[in-house]
Design a protein around this ligand. Sequence first.
Ligand code: UDP
Ligand code: MG
Length: 141
Amino acid sequence: MAIERSLILVKPDAVVKGNITAILNRFESQGLKLVACRMLKMDEKLARIHYEAHVDKPFFPGLLTYITSAPIVAAIFEGEDAVARCRAIMGPTNPANAPEGTIRKDFGENIERNAVHGSDSVESAKREISIYFTPDVIQEY
Ligand code: UDP
Ligand code: MG
């Protein structure tokens, strides 16, 4: 296994409910290293870039309204096998199907308002990280 990076977003529902640090702690407490972090508000242009694979899906208009409704926190977690480990910590897309102890089970509301985003492959992670972070703000320690 290799050292990877994953792009994590704490989504608007979780930010508004005051769950930012509780969610970031789920990754940090599993030994994943926080190497970059910022807060921002997505706009339509950014949403269309981030969710480029989904812009033609029937759920995209609702997703767009939701993801631009309040600030998000963008973070990079680094570690062995980080992409798959972050996805496991998050749980599946629909909180109704998420195992006990996963972020989406504990903090998600429904298949749209599911608290967190995490990259689905190393390739996606590289693309997504470059949307939110320039290399000079990613820390080494
Ligand atoms: N989503 C939605 N309805 C759906 C499927 C997805 O609103 O039927 C939203 C949800 O917020 C999800 C995001 O679109 O997290 C991206 O969907 P994807 O299938 O990539 O799920 P993820 O990778 O986030 O688990
Ligand atoms: Mg996805």
